[in-house]
Design a protein around this ligand. Structure first.
Ligand code: ASP
Length: 444
């Protein structure tokens, strides 16, 4: 029988009725043995995530301000959930301990991690009680090293041993223990990472990531109405799409499952509110994929500047690129892309990186690189058309650029990553939506 690890996100656990759906889903499939939970998320647009309220408690405590009011709201939410689910669990002692703990950690000048982690901890106690399965505290099985990175060997060994002995368990997401045994969290949204680690430690066949959308869509539904869902995407394609803004999974969640031995563990993104939707499967590059269309998805971002440099015989000048990149480094600017021609080189930089630095940067480039011309195109948007089938399909570029030309979009930059997994075009920000829509309709 296969083994599934399921992680439920904050919206899937926001209140008692959502948590009841989780029980139905877990009970429906005996393969769903290990359940990783987030803290309760927002119940409505105006609502607050429990995690945000916990950060607020820590901040109050740190400034020696009372935090009874905020903590009272947190406690109230949990107690309401326990009551509405008709559980006999007495959560009061755990809530009291958490409150005292937050005050103590803040007094000892500790980080906000302890406070933040308690949202998952308390929710884990509730879901374990509801499912009638053991609660496993990740502080005992997930470890960070002295430099704050996941201590993989210790984590997989300890978690693997522990989970092997259990038929089922609930494990709170988002945190583990640091090298000194203190609570440490991943970055925000980190329960996805916990799910991935647990999937690997347990030797799962599938990591189900339950959220409030039915997987990834081929493009932004605010630009193209009702875009097709993505049925299957590889880890690398997902990385390309996520970098361009399509996000369903924490960036770091891919790595544990991707490097699992003897084989990578696939991830399925599923919707707790529409559990029969097929969702999106995220698989390793080795899996054969038959897409409905030649491309997998289109994603893009605005707010880039492209600096184009031209210099006669640039190709013959040793060290030219190094000089240009040293100027960027000296100005503490990281760049996104570096498309080049024989005598030209363009640097694509996110506007955030350039704040207050553009004039100084241009002066330095003039001095160090002595270009024949130096042009700055502000207000640019980048659009990535991603698909692992693209490299082997003739005519892809002509279709893409033909569609942009017909839509009257002027392409200012082209970059095809060396992976041949994507073609990135730079267009004026005003043309962004038009361009995305044109590319989508050219392929779908
Ligand atoms: N509760 C944490 C957050 O809001 C972690 C998570 O939900 O994944 O960031």
């Amino acid at each position: 029988m296969g083994l599934k690890v399921c992680k439920f996100g904050g919206s899937s656990l926001a209140d008692a009725s959502q948590i009841a759906k989780v029980r139905t889903l877990v009970d429906a499939d005996p393969q769903r043995r290990f359940v990783v939970v987030s803290a309760p998320g927002k119940r409505s647009r105006e609502d607050h995530k429990i995690t945000d309220l916990l950060y607020l408690c820590h901040e109050h405590a740190r400034q020696e301000l009372p935090f009874d009011e905020v903590f009272g709201r947190i406690a109230q939410r949990y107690l309401e959930i326990v009551q509405q689910l008709k559980l006999s669990l007495n959560l009061k002692p755990a809530l009291d301990e958490v409150k005292v703990g937050i005050a103590r950690v803040a007094q000892d000048q500790g980080t906000a991690d302890f406070a933040a982690s308690r949202g998952e901890y308390l929710n884990g106690l509730i879901v374990a009680e509801l499912l009638g399965v053991p609660f496993v505290d990740p502080a005992e099985i997930i470890f960070f090293d002295a430099r704050g990175r996941l201590d993989e060997a210790r984590t997989y060994d300890t978690a693997g041993q522990r989970l092997k002995k259990l038929k089922k368990a609930v494990i709170p997401g988002f945190y583990g223990s640091d090298a000194q045994g203190r609570i440490k969290t991943f970055s925000r949204g980190g329960s996805d990472v916990t799910g991935s680690i647990i999937a690997r430690a347990a030797g799962a066949d599938l990591y189900e990531n339950w959220t409030d959308v039915s997987g990834l869509l081929m493009t932004d539904p605010r630009i193209v109405s009702e875009p097709q869902p993505i049925d299957v995407v590889t880890y690398r394609e997902l990385r390309e799409l996520a970098y361009m803004g399509a996000s369903v999974l924490h960036d770091e969640a891919i790595f544990p499952v991707r490097s699992a031995k003897p084989r990578a563990i696939p991830v399925r993104i599923l919707n707790t509110n529409r559990p029969d939707d097929p969702g999106t499967m995220i698989v390793s590059e080795d899996e054969p994929i038959r897409h409905r269309s030649t491309i997998t998805g289109i994603a893009g971002r605005k707010d880039f500047t492209i600096i184009s440099i031209e210099k006669t015989l640039m190709n013959a000048e040793v060290g030219y690129a190094r000089r240009l990149l040293s100027v960027l480094e000296k100005n503490s600017i990281s760049f996104e892309h570096l498309p080049s021609g024989i005598d030209t080189m363009s640097v694509v930089i996110a506007d955030k990186q350039l704040e207050g630095k553009l004039d100084g940067l241009l002066e330095d480039i003039q001095r160090e690189c002595e270009p024949d011309s130096l042009e700055v195109a502000a207000n640019m948007a980048l659009i990535a058309t991603v698909g692992r089938g693209m490299a082997r399909t003739p005519g892809m570029a002509s279709r893409l650029f033909g569609a942009l030309a017909s839509a009257g979009v002027n392409v200012r930059m082209i970059d095809q990553g060396s992976s041949e997994l994507n073609i990135i075009v730079g267009v004026e920000a005003d043309d962004f939506e038009k361009a995305v829509s044109a590319i989508y309709h050219a392929f779908v």
